[in-house]
Design a protein around this ligand. Structure first.
Ligand code: IVH
Length: 670
């Protein structure tokens, strides 16, 4: 009996490890969440029934134990070194020359380099004994680090056991812990909502998460990892770094998504440039390319200088954070009237782009960071986000810096401003503010809205300043002659713009809803509203309560929609607009009297005929919505085989549960 349970536990662990690897390392899950939950619960139950059979490498250990008072210390088997940096092609070529010298090789002999991404996270030493994760520690002073094993175990891309039947006796593997940019932004939003600390960048957030004494906090952060390095080895040898990393892949680690073996400097430079162009699109932050001699024996032969191997180099990209000075602070008025303080800084190159302006967000942020005109500040750019001032170098103050306060009147129209309780934004109350109008028009024509090409910021300014447009619908009355009178317009350019405006006369509904620029209504919300209502007019009269009934529409959005559509001038403008454009109704059958129109489905378990994505598509095509979690708003839970916790939740909440067969019937497919 005990033997049987032991065997079952082993099988379950192997299955869960396999699915963790598919999900967290390869990003290719094969089973539903419910089926996974079921395996996990089965393992937990067996372990609870037989505590003596609980293994240290069981996935149930990933939830972490009780909070610690402090971290213990762990000595690394071999020191964790650092890398010398190069900031230019010249410095990289000097490195190559140096390596030639130390290897005693002629300059014309091309060296074999292994190149990969330089991850901008927190470095870590993982020790595996006979294939099982024994401990994990931070870099510390390079010799000794902090024991963060409990926290590291919560990161699913780090195997608790190597996927091999012939593990080495002992091996130290080094890698980096990261937070992807999206997860970082989400975390900061959540932190702000809870009134907790805002992290300056993903690296700080990752470091802060790993250095939490309570493993439950680390477990709640979606940390990921990439491994690239080796420390002390016993019972295994590698000849090249490529061979080592390929082994890491088979053992179940996540490794650099870009890596190559390059013969000579030219191909290294090509790789470096290729990654630089890709950098912005990567889902996580990197700060360079790492160049390493591929043959491990050569790395050893080249030797070490201070704490860095001579045969390795961090070939850095321009930093995304820079120091500059605030020359002035000006106030911009946005589309909904929000006054945003913007710092005009001494131009500086950040991450390859010249930055002249950086947002200061609002008065609260200025006060919190104590930002003054004349201050020297750190500014940063993350992805496509507008540059922002991160912090002030207070030690550089001369005493001449000036504090800043937002004006109590709109700097554009002079109307008074107000701040709603509980909000940090200050708004111009006027309906006729030119600044707001310009922003509204700019928003209306942007790519995700009506997508009118060629209507940039400058042209919108001119059109508004010249009194040619006073609202969105006026755009459609513009004539070529009007444009020709404006500075910078010629025959061809004016013709093109009129053509582009004409082509925008048949927009999809969501583009119009989004384009109206209603507060809190982004593209996704606009799509939800479009698919729910199928036309603009029902939005005029829909009550706040009715709006909140729609899945994913919360009270704030509902209130904002109500406020917008209850204003007579907004409705009048929409009526004028509808005379000019012909909205393409959503393809969805939400307008039809389909049985499932507006209904919310949750899918769980495995279906016999439909794949999950087909089921989702069919439901959405007929105006229904598919949600990932069961709540009181759910209309139907469709349960397939091995349905798990979602089915339990449905029963608990009294949500109707149907089978795949019944769903097919509703869809008219049976
Ligand atoms: S190899 C001798 N490869 O950069 C150290 N390091 O500045 C060998 N890093 O401490 C390190 N990505 O934390 C290596 N692909 C990569 C890396 C990488 C990030 C970090 C690592 C190291 C620091 C050196």
């Amino acid at each position: 009996m005990l033997n049987l349970s032991k065997q079952k536990i082993s099988t379950l662990i192997a299955q869960i490890e396999h699915h963790d690897h598919l999900y967290y390392v390869l990003d290719q899950p094969e089973i539903s969440d419910a089926a996974y939950d079921k395996l996990f619960r089965e393992l937990q139950e067996l372990e609870n029934a037989h505590p003596d059979l609980k293994r240290t490498d069981s996935p149930t250990q990933r939830v972490g134990g009780a909070p610690l008072d402090q971290f213990g210390k762990l000595k690394h088997g071999t020191p964790m070194l650092s890398l010398a940096n190069a900031f230019s092609e010249k410095e990289f070529l000097e490195f190559d020359e140096r390596v030639h010298r130390f290897l005693d090789l002629p300059a014309e002999k091309a060296l074999e380099y292994f190149v990969e991404l330089k991850f901008d996270g927190l470095s870590l030493n993982l020790t595996y004994e006979n294939g099982v994760l024994l401990s994990a520690s931070t870099r510390g002073d390079g010799e000794t680090g902090e024991d963060v094993t409990q926290n590291i175990k919560t990161i699913r891309s780090i195997p608790l056991r190597l996927k091999t039947n012939t593990p080495p006796r002992r091996i130290e593997i080094r890698g980096e812990i990261l937070l992807c940019t999206k997860d970082f932004e989400k975390l900061n939003q959540e932190q702000a909502q809870k009134g907790l600390k805002i992290f300056a960048n993903p690296r700080n957030a990752a470091a802060g998460s790993i250095r939490q004494l309570d493993p439950a906090i680390a477990a709640s952060r979606p940390l990921t990892s990439f491994c690239y390095g080796l420390g002390k080895l016993e019972g295994i040898e590698f000849k090249t770094l490529m061979e080592f990393e390929k082994t890491l892949d088979t053992w179940g680690f996540k490794t650099s998504p870009y890596r190559e073996v390059c013969e000579g400097t030219e191909s290294v430079l090509k790789f470096y440039q290729k990654i630089e162009t890709l950098r912005e699109k990567l889902p996580f932050e990197i700060d360079g390319t790492v160049v390493k001699l591929n043959r491990i024996a050569e790395v050893d032969r080249a030797g070490f200088i201070s704490r860095s191997p001579r045969g390795m180099l961090a070939f850095k990209y321009p930093p995304k954070q820079e120091i500059t000075a605030i020359e002035s602070i000006q106030v911009q008025v946005g589309r909904t009237g929000t006054l945003t303080p913007v710092a005009f800084v001494t131009p500086v190159r950040v991450g390859g782009v010249i930055v002249k302006r950086a947002t200061l967000h609002n008065q609260d942020e200025i006060d919190r960071k104590d930002i003054r005109v004349g201050d020297r500040v750190y500014i940063q750019r993350a992805g496509d986000v507008i540059p922002e001032v991160v912090s002030v170098l207070k030690e550089a103050r001369k005493g001449t810096e000036k504090k800043f306060r937002l004006p109590d009147h709109c700097p554009v129209c002079g109307s008074s401003v107000m701040r709603k309780e509980g909000e940090s934004a200050v708004r111009c109350v006027s309906e006729d503010c030119m600044a707001q109008l310009k922003e509204r028009i700019r928003h209306f024509v942007m790519k995700d809205a009506l997508n009118i090409e060629g209507l940039g910021e400058k042209i919108v300014e001119q059109l508004v300043d010249e009194g040619l447009i006073k609202n969105q619908s006026d755009l459609f009355h513009l004539k070529q002659e009007d444009l020709l009178e404006l500075e910078g317009f010629a025959e061809k350019s004016s013709e093109n713009l009129i053509l582009a405006i004409d082509q925008a006369r048949k927009p999809e509904l969501y583009r119009v809803i989004f384009g109206l620029g209603i507060r809190h209504v982004g593209e996704r919300t606009a799509k939800i509203l479009a698919s729910h209502f199928g036309a603009l007019e029902p939005l005029f009269t829909s009550s706040e309560e009715a709006l909140q009934e729609i899945h994913e529409i919360g009270p704030e959005v509902a209130k904002s929609l109500r406020e917008f559509f209850s204003k007579k001038e907004n409705r009048k403008e929409i009526e004028l607009l509808l005379k000019e454009i012909k909205i393409q109704s959503p393809k969805k059958a939400s307008l039809l009297s389909g049985r499932i129109s507006g209904k919310i489905f949750v899918l769980t378990g495995t279906f016999q005929t439909l794949s999950r994505s087909d089921a989702t598509r069919l439901i959405e095509e007929q105006g229904g919505r598919v949600s990932s979690s069961v709540s009181k708003k759910t209309d139907f839970v469709v349960a397939g085989e091995e349905a798990g916790s979602k089915l339990d939740k449905a029963r608990e909440l009294g949500v109707k549960v149907i089978e795949e067969r019944e769903l097919l019937g509703m869809l008219g497919k049976s």
